[in-house]
Design a protein around this ligand. Structure first.
Ligand SMILES: Cc1ncc(COP(=O)(O)O)c(C=O)c1O
Length: 387
C-alpha cells in the first residue's frame, strides 16, 4: 500500500471544508433550538436558518422564498418530478434524457408504472442533447421536462438555457438536476428559465444528507410527505439546521471562488486527459470542451475499470468506475451505453473527478502510476491485446 493519498472522486462526494464545519458547530452545541419554537433560543436558530436560505438563493439567482431545503439531490428530484405528477392528477407525458442520474431516471421509470408516458431522448456520442429534439418531443400531454445540467459520469454540460427557452415557450414545467454543476459553474435560475433546480451540499464541500430544491415562485406542485408546516409544507419535518447552515456557507464560498478556480481546475483536468491519452488504446468519454471543469472519464480497452480502480487504490489513488451511486452493479452504465460505447469499452471506463485540494503534483502522480497499472492488467487480461 502507498502512503500517499490522492482523492480524485469529487463527483461522488467532497470533503467538508473547514469554514462549513466552523459554521455548523454552534448549531450542534449552544444553538440547538427548534427553529419553529417561539422562545428566543428557537428564534435565534430561525434567524440563522433563514439567513442560510438567503445565501443559498443568492448563489443561484433565486429569491429566498423559492428555496426549499431537502435531504439532498435525490429528494429534490423526487419532490419536483413526483410533486408535479401528483398535482397533474392524471396520466401525462414527461420528457427527459437517456443519461440522467438514477435519481431522475428511476423516478421516471416509476412514474411510467403509474401510467405516465416518458420520452428518454437520445444524446450524441459525446453526451450532448440537441435542444431541437426536446421541442420535437413535446405533445399536448407533456407536463414536465427534466434535463440534467451536467452529467455526473462523463461531465457533459447541456445547453440548459436553450432548453429552458423551449420549455417556457410551450409553458411546460422545466426541471434541471444541477447537482454536479452548482458550485462548479455559474448558475442563474432566471437565465436558465427553469421552474425547478436540484442541488446537493456534499458536491461542493458542504455536508452530506442536505440539499435544496429551487421552485420558481407561483409554480404549484403537491407535497410527497405530510407532517408539520416546515418548508411551506412542501418538505415537512424538523429542519436539518446544522446541515443547511453548512451547505449555505460552502455554497457561498464555492460560488465566490468560481472565477479563480474554474480555469485552474480545467488546466489540471486537461493535463490529466492529455497524459492518459498518451497510453495506447485509451479514449476520452464525454465532450472535449462542454465538460465539467474537474471531470475526466476515459475507457481503457481490454481491461476492466474495476481492476484498474483496485490497482489505483493500492497506490492511494481514489477514482471511480461509472457513477458512484450505482457502483456495486455489474451492468454497464446506462450513460456509457447511451453514448454508444460497446459493453467492453464501457466496462473499461474510469472516472477521475478533480476538485478542491487537487494540484499538479496529484495529476503527475496519477500519470506516473497508471501506465504500469494498465500494462500489468493488460498482460493478464483475457480480453485480448497483450504486449
Ligand atoms: C447528477 C446527480 N443527481 C443526483 C445525485 C444524488 O444526490 P444526493 O447524493 O445528494 O442524493 C447525484 C449524486 O451523485 C448526482 O451526481
Amino acid at each position: 500500500m502507498s502512503n500517499r493519498e490522492v482523492y480524485m472522486d469529487h463527483g461522488a462526494t467532497t470533503p467538508v471544508r473547514e469554514e462549513a464545519v466552523e459554521a455548523m458547530l454552534p448549531f450542534f452545541k449552544e444553538l440547538y433550538g427548534n427553529p419553529s419554537s417561539v422562545h428566543s433560543q428557537g428564534r435565534k436558530v430561525r434567524k440563522a436558518f433563514e439567513n442560510a436560505r438567503e445565501k443559498t438563493a443568492a448563489a443561484i439567482g433565486a429569491n429566498p422564498e423559492e428555496i426549499f431545503f431537502t435531504s439532498g439531490g435525490t429528494e429534490s428530484n423526487n419532490i419536483a418530478l413526483r410533486g408535479a405528477a401528483k398535482r397533474l392528477n392524471k396520466p401525462g407525458h414527461i420528457i427527459t434524457s437517456s443519461i440522467e442520474h438514477h435519481a431522475v431516471f428511476d423516478v421516471c421509470r416509476d412514474l411510467e408504472k403509474e401510467g405516465h408516458r416518458v420520452t428518454y431522448l437520445p444524446v450524441d456520442n459525446m453526451g450532448l442533447l440537441d435542444p431541437s429534439r426536446v421541442e420535437d418531443a413535446i405533445t399536448a400531454e407533456t407536463f414536465i421536462i427534466s434535463i440534467m445540467a451536467a452529467n455526473n459520469e462523463i461531465g457533459t454540460v447541456q445547453p440548459i438555457e436553450e432548453i429552458g427557452k423551449i420549455a417556457a415557450g410551450h409553458k411546460i414545467l422545466f426541471h434541471t438536476d444541477a447537482v454536479q454543476v452548482v458550485g462548479q459553474l455559474p448558475v442563474d435560475v432566471k437565465k436558465m428559465q427553469v421552474d425547478f433546480l436540484s442541488l446537493s451540499g456534499h458536491k461542493f464541500n458542504g455536508p452530506k444528507g442536505v440539499g435544496a430544491l429551487y421552485k420558481r415562485k407561483g409554480v404549484k406542485i403537491d407535497p410527497l410527505y405530510h407532517g408539520g408546516g416546515q418548508e411551506k409544507k412542501l418538505r415537512p419535518g424538523t429542519e436539518n439546521v446544522p446541515g443547511v447552515v453548512g451547505l449555505s456557507r460552502a455554497l457561498e464560498l464555492s460560488v465566490e471562488e468560481i472565477p479563480g478556480k474554474k480555469a485552474a481546475l480545467e488546466a489540471l483536468r486537461d493535463r490529466l486527459i492529455d497524459g492518459l491519452l498518451k497510453i495506447d488504446d485509451v479514449v476520452l468519454n464525454g465532450h472535449p470542451e462542454k465538460r465539467l471543469p474537474g471531470n475526466v472519464n476515459v475507457s481503457f480497452s481490454f481491461i476492466e475499470g474495476e481492476s484498474i480502480l483496485l490497482s489505483l487504490d493500492m497506490h492511494g489513488i481514489a477514482a471511480s468506475s461509472g457513477s458512484a451511486c450505482s457502483s456495486g452493479s455489474l451492468d454497464p452504465s446506462h450513460v456509457l451505453s447511451a453514448i454508444g460505447l460497446d459493453h467492453q469499452t464501457a466496462h473499461g471506463s474510469i472516472r477521475f473527478t478533480l476538485g478542491r485540494g487537487n494540484n499538479e503534483s496529484d495529476v503527475d502522480y496519477v500519470l506516473e502510476k497508471i501506465p504500469s497499472v494498465v500494462e500489468n492488467l493488460r498482460r493478464i487480461s483475457p480480453m485480448g491485446k497483450t504486449k
